[in-house]
Design a protein around this ligand. Structure first.
Ligand code: ZN
Ligand code: ZN
Length: 379
């Protein structure tokens, strides 16, 4: 019985092998091409065949603004903000997870480590030519990370941030990382250090014989000593950083960071996720730029989560995210000069999808000086 099965199986394998080998290499390529009429960037854009699943909803279609990364930073200010990832939890292959960097005197300070962090660095270096990012992002410079909150979409890039630069640092050296964040960040970082112990040990005990320096991180919790008035949590020769509490769903500890750049006095605020709150208003008081999330209210019925009815979705999603009415109030109460949206949740019907839908909603609500970022932009 056993040998009969083996015979049949072998026969089946031979049949497959015969069919496959009858095709030339070019024929095989052509057969694959027949199944996909789109290139990997989907340009020109062809709508997915079944645009109703978590992978193919309009929020995952090619980049929100149909343009290359640009430099929107003030020419007379040497301190810059690089948007490396403008995405959200939706699996959009054209936008990396939330990841930003304040760059002062050629040195980067990172805010949030979303999905694809290391690749987002690589993409920015190769697509944004206004700064010498290849030098700025040298492994020895990748040290300071500030997490707005510990949701997966803002932290899943941490293992890359900690381990990947190290693997390429044998000649340049790598920095041990310091990760500031809400309560629990120390535990999260300790688990990541432990989880990638085998990989790390192979690097410095195996054939590469790299030094252990720069292969781990330490998590620095900055909660609970933060109240709505804010508190200074970091200072060096380049920047001063203050932390303020924000409100984002049922997470108890979420933070906005207010950076003051020392050489040129820019005030750059990173709100993370969340709706209008007193802490966020204080963080953004009179700031030059606020980087913050935004979400559609008009098309919230197309959101793939938050309940079955529009009322349920507004209540649930509104407890987590920034509707246009909240953004208006935030701008009014804080006096922030410019708002740059990342983490834009542009839920929409596949039939009427507008890449700039959320931006237009914000403007219709009366929000002024508001932009929508794309990966690789400078502000
Ligand atoms: Zn998020
Ligand atoms: Zn979140």
């Amino acid at each position: 019985m056993k040998s009969a099965i083996i015979t049949i199986t072998l026969a089946a394998i031979c049949a497959v092998a015969t069919t496959a080998s009858a095709q030339t290499y070019e024929e095989k390529l052509a057969a694959g091409a027949e199944k996909t009429d789109q290139n990997h960037l989907n340009v020109p854009f062809v709508k997915p065949k079944n645009p109703k699943t978590v992978y193919t909803l309009p929020g995952n279609w090619p980049v929100f603004e149909n343009r290359a990364p640009i430099d929107r930073s003030p020419r007379d200010k040497p301190s810059k903000v690089l948007v490396m990832g403008s995405g959200d939890p939706n699996p959009n292959p054209y936008r990396y997870g939330p990841a930003l960097a304040v760059i002062v005197n050629g040195y980067p300070y990172f805010i949030d480590a979303g999905e694809g962090w290391w690749r987002a660095v690589g993409k920015s270096v190769t697509s944004q030519g206004a700064l010498d990012l290849a030098t700025i992002m040298a492994p020895r410079n990748l040290k300071y990370m500030f997490l707005t909150h510990l949701h997966e979409d803002h932290t899943v890039g941490l293992p890359s941030f900690i381990s990947n630069p190290y693997k390429f640092s044998s000649t340049t050296g790598a920095a041990d990382k310091k990760v500031y964040g809400p309560e629990g960040v120390d535990e999260m970082i300790a688990h990541i250090n432990a989880g990638w112990r085998l990989d790390r040990n192979e690097m410095f005990q195996g054939s590469i014989m790299a030094a252990a320096d720069g292969s781990t991180a330490v998590g620095v919790p900055i909660w609970p000593q933060v109240d709505v008035k804010g508190r200074k949590i970091f200072e060096d020769d380049n920047v001063m950083v203050e932390a303020f509490p924000t409100e984002h769903g049922f997470l108890k500890h979420t933070i906005a960071y207010r950076f003051t750049t020392k050489p040129d006095g820019r005030i750059l605020v990173f709100g993370g996720d969340g709706h209008y709150s007193e802490g966020l208003v204080n963080a953004a008081k009179g700031a030059d730029v606020l980087f913050v999330e935004g979400i559609t209210r008009k098309n919230i019925k197309f959101a793939s989560w938050g309940g079955d009815t529009v009322e349920e979705k507004v209540k649930t999603i509104g407890a987590y995210h920034m509707f246009p009415s909240d953004m208006k109030k935030l701008q009014h109460d804080s006096g922030v000069k410019e708002i740059v949206m990342i983490h834009v949740q542009n839920y929409n019907s596949p039939e009427n999808f507008d890449r700039l839908g959320v931006l237009k909603e914000m403007q219709d609500e009366g929000v002024t000086n508001i932009l929508q970022a794309q990966d690789g932009d400078l502000y």
